[in-house]
Design a protein. Sequence first.
Lengths: 252, 329
Amino acid sequence: MIEIENVTFHHGKSPILKDVSLTIKRGGITALIGPNGAGKSTLFALMARLLPLQSGKISFDAMDIRQTPSRELAKKLAILRQDTHVASRITVQDMVGFGRFPHHQGRATSLDHDKVQAALNVFDLADIAERFIDELSGGQRQRVLVAMAYAQDTEYLLLDEPLNNLDMHFARNLMHQLRDLADNHGKTIVVVLHEINYAAAHADTIIALKNGEVAAHSRTDEFMTEEAISRIYDMSVKVKAVDGLKMALHHV
Amino acid sequence: MRHHFAPLQRTSALWPIVLAVVLLGLVAGSLVTGAANVSALDLFRRGESGDILLVSRLPRTLATILTGASLAVAGVIMQTLVRNRFVEPATTGTGECAALGLLATLLLVPGAPLLAKMAISSAAAFAGTAIFLALVSRLPPTQPLLVPLTGIVYGGIIGSISIFIAYENDLLQYISVWMNGEFSGVLQGRYELLWASGAAALAAYFYADQFTVAGFGKDTAHGLGLSYRAVMIAGLSIVALITSFTVLTVGMLPFVGLVVPNIISRFRGDNTKETLPLVAILGGALVLASDLIGRLIRYPYEIPAGTIFGVLGTGVFLWLLFARPARRG
Ligand SMILES: Nc1ncnc2c1ncn2[C@@H]1O[C@H](COP(=O)(O)OP(=O)(O)OP(=O)(O)O)[C@@H](O)[C@H]1O
Ligand SMILES: [Mg+2]
């Protein structure tokens, strides 16, 4: 269970998050949505302690992030940042391998090798495993970073716009993989999504942030209403059921 | 990590072997090159020829290798930690700060034991580099060349301060010896500190994965549970030690830490655990080759190894800047 209690955050004088409190249950996929600048990435950065908490409290199960050593935290949760830019010339395989770093600190065992191999296979990277990551396309690079978080094999997974740059094949594939991790491996996944229909199709719960505040937190099918989406994104959007699934028609 | 890809394992094992063979050839060349006519086998005989080898040529050969290897390693560490391919002890003020520290010991505690002098010099190198890093952290990341340019100006300022102080105290010749690396004065008993420099470079190997992870950037490193600060401090300490050992024994050799890591990165990437040994061997080989060329080109006179390396290094570096990186896989 992730507990976020009264988290407020300022950049300089401007408030970015205003008294955010959330409880995210163990297991399942939670989609974090909201307009640009709502504070989604900031919330993630606080959760993974990439930014220092200014006030409030965040804990994973009983683990208060302020009292947890970095290495323990890295075994509890993996984070994929929205704007990860790695300039090193590292092969795909080695890069994914570093996802195991919190576990082995440099001394990889055969278990680590197996997990890396599994991650390479799951994200279709085995064929390009020997390529340097600075020679990949944007989507391939994104898959490497996702695979790295996957290989980290933590109970909690925070993914900030993992679908960035992915074509529709890999985007759906990734959502299916997340579903599998949640359903069959007991992982708790929080994922920032801009395409609301991916949330509609694959997430159990939706949390919406707007202007640094929680604007909605409900089960996906309850959330998917014209009223809720229009309110959060300040635009009118039609919602239609397709094969029993509510879809937002926001493209037209 | 090569576990599942046997073919690559073979090709990557080839690199250190080829480099090591080249290095051995250079060692043999270095042992037989000089005014007196001796052969490498004299090392095992008694008499004057054997003495020349033991007292002069072997120490000189070892000194060039140790210097080249450890400066190249220092370069790789800096480039990884600063995430900039153009930094090395000579472009970040590290060398100048080590020299300033040494100068301070000469003036303030002239009777201090060597170890204490080294400690002060290393501390100065460490502090100077840390100040430099704090300065450049404000530079825009889109302009990577600004970092070494700032470093050269910064080093220049520190260097002028040293020169001013040295001039006032009639110690100028020291500065020139410290800042211009060459090996003609290396004799048995006068280069052994370089083994400590080599040991510092070896210590880097135990941090290899930590350095690589730190090179991914602060956030990614934190996400992987790395104590970023501790790794920064360890890396900079190693760099500071290597730099001050080198400055005191043979003098600063610019470009080694810049060129060698860039060559290896081109072909073998930046996974430090894999590249550190290659960087060390190539660094040793190139500096030894420079020294050898310097001894042969105007025989029996000598051109300093630093000068030769500067000329060759600039050429190689320009080529690296403009050529496309090697592709792999
Ligand atoms: N370093 C910073 N200094 C000042 N303000 C910042 C900084 N980083 C982010 N902000 C501001 O904080 C707010 C929240 O940013 P955040 O990145 O969390 O938004 P987001 O919800 O992830 O948006 P997006 O959907 O565009 O990724 C924005 O208004 C942004 O301008
Ligand atoms: Mg964001």
